[in-house]
Design a protein around this ligand. Structure first.
Ligand code: IMP
Length: 184
């Protein structure tokens, strides 16, 4: 795929600045606690790596991965866990780290799943928030950037597994968001 349809919308210096702010804010809000940060694979891996290096309090990290059941339930919110946590979160302060919230279906599933494990608290951090396409409301405590209704790549986000390594967020011209299948 050629690079020419890629247009930077959030440059690296803005990402760095915002992630520093988020790291400081979360550290202040969780002072005296030791939260478990749970990254949703794969898209959050770069955001999580940068965010934890801006955290000033002790914390743990873990990962969870989900996938859709298949074509017949596209958009239904029916997701399955394909990689579970490796730690027990009972009575722990949990912070879910997501790359982008679009319809909200993924986060809604993960949040409900984690709540069944009796954590002390659960909050959500997302780097990007595309509110316009929301189907399910999920409570998001920390948002990096609100973005318009365009498909984006870079900084962990992919288009058919490409572009995750770009150090910025870019929009992909010609990508049709309305036809994005529910795949993770
Ligand atoms: P939701 O369940 O519709 O909120 O979708 C969230 C997931 O879809 C994210 O974790 C991403 O993996 C993926 N996703 C949504 N929008 C985009 C995008 O613009 N670029 C790349 N991945 C996206």
């Amino acid at each position: 795929m050629k690079r020419k349809g890629i247009k930077i919308i959030i440059p690296k210096r803005e990402l760095d600045k915002r992630i520093r702010e988020l790291g400081s804010k979360i550290s202040r809000d969780y002072a005296g606690k030791e939260p478990i940060l749970i990254g949703i694979l794969k898209g959050s891996f770069i955001f999580l790596a940068d965010l934890v290096r801006q955290m000033k309090i002790p914390h743990q990290i873990d990962f969870i991965a989900v996938a859709s059941y298949g074509q017949e339930v596209v958009g239904s919110g029916a997701v399955k866990l394909i990689k579970d946590l490796s730690v027990n979160i009972e009575e722990k302060d949990v912070i879910i780290i997501e790359d982008i919230v679009d319809t909200g279906l993924t986060l809604n599933f993960i949040r409900k799943n984690l709540l069944l494990r009796s954590p002390k608290s659960i909050e959500i951090v997302t780097l990007l928030d595309r509110k316009e396409r929301r189907k399910v409301e999920v409570p998001i405590r920390y948002v990096g950037f609100a973005i318009p209704n365009e498909f984006v790549v870079g900084y962990g986000l992919d288009l058919a597994e490409r572009y995750r390594n770009l150090p910025y967020i870019a929009r992909v011209e010609g990508a049709r968001l309305a036809q994005r299948k529910f795949e993770l």
